[in-house]
Ligand binder design. Sequence first.
Ligand SMILES: [Zn+2]
Length: 298
Amino acid sequence: MTRIHFLPLLAVLAFAVAGCPQSPAPDAKPLVIASFYPMYDFARQVAGHRAQVVSLVPPGVHGHDWEPSPQDVARLRQARVFVYNGAGFEPWAEKMIAEAARPSTVVVAASTGLARARSAGTSEVDPHIWLDPVLAQGEVEAIRGALEQGDPAGKAVYDANARAFQAKLAALHERFQRGLRECARREVVVTHTAFGYLARRYQLEQVAVMGLAPESEPSPAALAHIVRIARRRKVTTIFVEPLVNPRLGETLARELGAKVLSLNPIEGVTAQEAAAGKGYADLMAQNLESLRAGLGCK
Ligand SMILES: [Zn+2]
């Protein structure tokens, strides 16, 4: 099965109307544009020094909230490969591809074939694939395929880099398995339901206090409901995420006498994390430590 998405006809027509885009200098590295942080980090790991990888969503910005500017759309015209997660995480991507991808641009939705419904009985797809270190390997594989299609001469480099990064992800998965095997509790109370795939992989239970969009505020009635459930279940930890206002988590924690720990959905990086060169694997290792502390794991 191929995970590469070929360019829709519409993009070809748009190209014909818009005329020839500027072509980059012949000796320039292939440009790979990634939608947001995990796609950027995965593509960067596979590309190494062979290609130039840029992220559309800048540091400090949450992937859910971002929209492309006309300049961002125009940048896509220069790209050899465009990598996005798909499964609805980047609702702007299809339009941008139709408007600005060249006929030769390789477009890959890395989550293709990996996503599932948010919960039983709903058709709403959960886009947070990258937070499961096993599914993340599937996304990296799709990205490797796209880079090799866009730059066939770099195949050996991309293969070697992808193999090394996949080994790192496999080791991360083992750490999660070991680290979350024996825990006093298995409920992960979160303010943003990004951890469904991760919870399923390691037999945890995600208890969500909000829906998909991290910036939404629950109503007072919804908040009271959450507090009731959390009291009944004797919740001791509320997990909050770094790029979002921590007020909700703190209010809940105070109400419940629970502690607040960070659990990062890695939908963006903070400016400090970007400066420190923190990658997906580092941030996931921090998540594991947070989970172990919050769930009382041996
Ligand atoms: Zn999210």
